[in-house]
Design a protein around this ligand. Structure first.
Ligand SMILES: Cc1cc2nc3c(=O)[nH]c(=O)nc-3n(C[C@H](O)[C@H](O)[C@H](O)COP(=O)(O)OP(=O)(O)OC[C@H]3O[C@@H](n4cnc5c(N)ncnc54)[C@H](O)[C@@H]3O)c2cc1C
Length: 337
């Protein structure tokens, strides 16, 4: 098939790469490749870490996609950081939040190991003294900017040409879907800070510090990603208040970050949907397929989405939980051009 992919974020590029691997002719169109939410993402591959938002379907999808990540990363030549994720509570009230998450996770059959204060200190000596925590050994991370660069090198992008004819179009424009699908996705602003540390923690740390949630994601090259704010608004620069709260909480947990060199502050829109599940599959309009609305999990779900889109185009199969038609009013079908 000749397939056009609109949008060169991690989702569109993953779809393009998978389709190309299966022998289809793919054209990717994006005036600013890789500069959307994928440019901000911390890169946590955290199926269990998302359960606390009450999203058990995401846990299931995340597990399926996580299973694809090791071979996917290897194929792209991008390292996976596989030392797990540590949840911590700074004081005893914060620890209640950790305990609530651990109970939820155990209820969903996730692998989780509760730790007391001494066990956390032994595992991660660079942390300040905390009240306790838990280890999620199966929640890993990857550098999304490296993934996007590797995918772009494989599939490339081309200027849009109205003369080109395609058998199918995949709409993968993140938080900005073209009409008539624009209202299916809303932007949920997220701010994130990058720094370079000579003494970073050895694994992802997700913590509660006097009620403020923060994560610190280390990379093998010394980069640390500190995130993230979450606001129901789209657009605008990073705010001093948001960044200050993130840095305060991160330094409370990892005091050595005081010496880290600030390298980047980024704000982007997460593509949120009304039910917080992605839109992957048919629109009802012949040949027009959605791969969008991945909210907080687009990096995690990219390899699974790529498979689902390619399977759909080849066989017509759609995962019912992700079928975009669940949210598309009948009159919106057939009007995209
Ligand atoms: C602060 C923050 C932290 C995050 N952390 C994580 C994390 O740790 N783990 C995780 O799994 N997810 C995380 N996410 C979510 C993740 O970033 C998104 O779910 C994911 O990047 C969505 O990818 P995408 O390709 O759909 O969209 P995007 O990356 O936004 O890409 C969309 C692309 O479409 C292009 N485009 C837009 N309009 C058009 C058009 N009309 N024509 C052509 N191209 C167009 C844009 O230029 C852009 O390149 C985070 C998000 C944020 C904001």
């Amino acid at each position: 098939m000749r397939v056009k992919v609109l949008g060169a974020g991690i989702v569109g590029l993953s779809c393009a790469d998978e389709l190309r691997r299966r022998g289809h002719r793919v054209t990717v169109v994006d005036p600013q490749p890789g500069r959307g939410a994928s440019h901000a993402a911390a890169g946590m591959l955290s199926p269990a870490g998302e359960v606390w938002h009450g999203e058990s379907t995401v846990l299931d999808l995340g597990r399926r996609s996580m299973a694809l990540w090791p071979s996917y990363a290897e194929r792209l030549g991008v390292p996976l950081h596989t030392t797990g994720t540590l949840l911590v509570g700074r004081d005893h009230a914060d620890l209640q939040d950790v305990h609530r998450q651990v109970d939820l996770l155990l209820g969903h059959g996730a692998t989780v190991e509760s730790l007391d204060a001494r066990e956390v200190a032994a595992l991660e000596p660079r942390l300040a003294r905390v009240a306790g925590g838990a280890l999620l050994p199966e929640d890993h991370s990857v550098d999304p900017r490296a993934v996007v660069a590797a995918l772009l090198a494989r599939v490339g992008t081309r200027p849009d040409d109205p003369e080109d004819r395609f058998d199918a179009t995949v709409l993968a424009t993140g938080a900005r879907l073209p009409p008539p699908y624009a209202s299916l996705v809303r932007g949920v602003r997220g701010e994130v800070v990058r720094a370079h540390s000579d003494d970073p923690p050895s694994r992802t740390v997700r913590g509660w510090v006097r009620g403020q949630h923060v994560y610190v994601v280390p990379r093998p090259d010394g980069e640390v990603v500190i995130g993230a704010t979450q606001e129901e608004r789209a657009g605008g620069p990073p705010t001093l208040g948001g960044v200050a709260r993130l840095l305060w909480a991160a330094r409370e947990l990892v005091p050595g970050l005081d010496e880290a060199g600030l390298t980047d502050v980024t704000a982007r829109d997460r593509p949120g949907t009304p039910d917080n599940l992605p839109l992957v599959g048919p629109t009802g309009q012949a040949g027009v397929v959605l791969a969008a609305g991945h909210f907080r999990h687009g990096v995690l779900l990219a390899p699974l989405t790529a498979r689902l889109v390619a399977d759909h185009l080849e066989t017509g199969h759609t995962d019912p939980a992700l079928d975009p038609r669940r949210l598309i009013a009948p009159q919106e079908e057939n009007s995209w051009t």
